[in-house]
Design a protein around this ligand. Structure first.
Ligand SMILES: NC(=O)c1ccc[n+]([C@@H]2O[C@H](COP(=O)([O-])OP(=O)(O)OC[C@H]3O[C@@H](n4cnc5c(N)ncnc54)[C@H](O)[C@@H]3O)[C@@H](O)[C@H]2O)c1
Length: 330
């Protein structure tokens, strides 16, 4: 796998949302591979972007603080890249219910305008879109494969679904090469820990470091988790492979775990924090998807991807990162 990634050496690569959690981890890998990397990020304070995520590599890449909703700057910025990793997004399910139009503009309309820019100004680009397991809604069966119906339970899921399908449509109709990965819960260094907008696990990591309660809502729900380095591998593989064009792939964790067990594992690896189980707040319960874990056999078959970092190790690495750097994320 590592040998194939050397193909990114010297290539011009744009990452939208590149100052965020997954985007910055991807950017770090790409600069190590010798790519010429441009990050586009609006740094909206409520989202996961953080300049500290690339502070130590800032002289090895270019950062452009701009908004993917601005099609004029996008036209200029993506016109001559070889690869476009399209990760900019509003990630909070609850925010999408409280402010549905911001979610619509970013996760849906801006995606279409990025694709229009590529169609007119850079049709040879290869694009990978970060989609989400959220679009399946409450599963009919487990594990969820790509044949499962999509039935989003919140505004964010609907807009991410549209964003994903625009990519596939532009691949099929206009010959742009685009693939989408339906990410499951991703953890790792540089995730948002300030609040639960990106993931509740971020808040739990902070609880562990601060030695407080780890509040678990419900607790029996099953979920699967990927460590961010594995997600970066999947993004790179999807960008390089012709077999990925026009296709949608699930990512999945090694095996499912209940949230109560996850909280206990986190407290154990962190050596602090006390899990407490509480009832779901009503506004969250209404959009909760219950148990979810995915079948990722398609991406394993087509692209040779499977997760390699065990959950416990991923949690350990994440806690270690925030023990040193928490102040930059509050
Ligand atoms: N983290 C997960 O568990 C997870 C799960 C499923 C899907 N995803 C998807 O992966 C992508 C990356 O997520 P993440 O976890 O790194 O979140 P993140 O919030 O850390 O990263 C998203 C980045 O996009 C930027 N952004 C938001 N709106 C923008 C705009 N209008 N213009 C330019 N930049 C903008 C933010 O500033 C942020 O840096 C998102 O599209 C998300 O939907 C993530």
């Amino acid at each position: 796998m590592a040998d194939r990634f050397e193909l990114f050496g010297g290539k011009r690569v744009v990452v939208t949302g590149g100052l965020g959690f997954i985007g910055s981890n991807l950017a770090r890998r790409l600069v190590d591979l010798g790519a010429d990397v441009l990050l586009i990020d609006s740094l909206v304070p409520e989202y996961g972007g953080n300049l500290f995520n690339v502070a130590d590599i800032q002289d090895r890449l270019t950062v452009n603080i701009s908004d993917v909703r601005d099609e004029y700057s996008l036209r200029y910025l993506v016109r001559d890249c070889d690869y476009l990793f399209n990760l900019a997004g509003q990630t909070s399910h609850l925010d999408s219910m409280q402010n549905p139009f911001a979610d619509l503009e970013i996760n849906c309309r801006a995606q279409l305008s990025i694709l229009e820019v590529c169609r007119h100004h850079n049709p040879a680009v290869r694009i990978v879109f970060a989609s989400t397991r959220q679009i399946y809604g409450r599963p009919d069966y487990l594990p969820v494969d790509e044949q499962h119906p999509v039935r989003p339970v919140d505004v964010n899921g609907i807009n991410k679904m549209a964003g994903e399908w625009y990519h596939i449509l532009y691949n099929n109709v206009y010959g742009l090469r685009a693939a989408a990965l339906r990410l499951t819960n991703t953890i790792g260094p540089r995730m948002r820990v300030k609040d639960a907008r990106q993931t509740f696990v971020g808040v739990w990591v902070r609880n562990v470091i601060e030695g407080g309660e780890i509040e678990v809502w419900g607790g029996d729900q099953l979920r699967d988790f990927n460590y961010v380095d594995d997600v970066v591998d999947a993004l790179l593989l999807a960008a390089l492979s012709d077999d990925a064009s026009g296709r949608v792939f699930n990512l999945a964790g090694e095996s499912p775990i209940s949230l109560t067990d996850l909280a206990s594992m986190l407290a154990e690896v962190g050596g602090s924090g006390r899990p407490v189980v509480r009832a779901f707040p009503e506004d969250r319960r209404r959009i909760d998807i219950g148990d979810y874990y995915a079948d990722a056999s398609l991406i394993e078959r087509v692209l040779g991807w499977k997760p390699r970092v065990p959950l416990r190790d991923g949690l350990q690495r994440t806690v270690a990162f925030y023990r040193t750097h928490l102040a930059h994320y509050l």
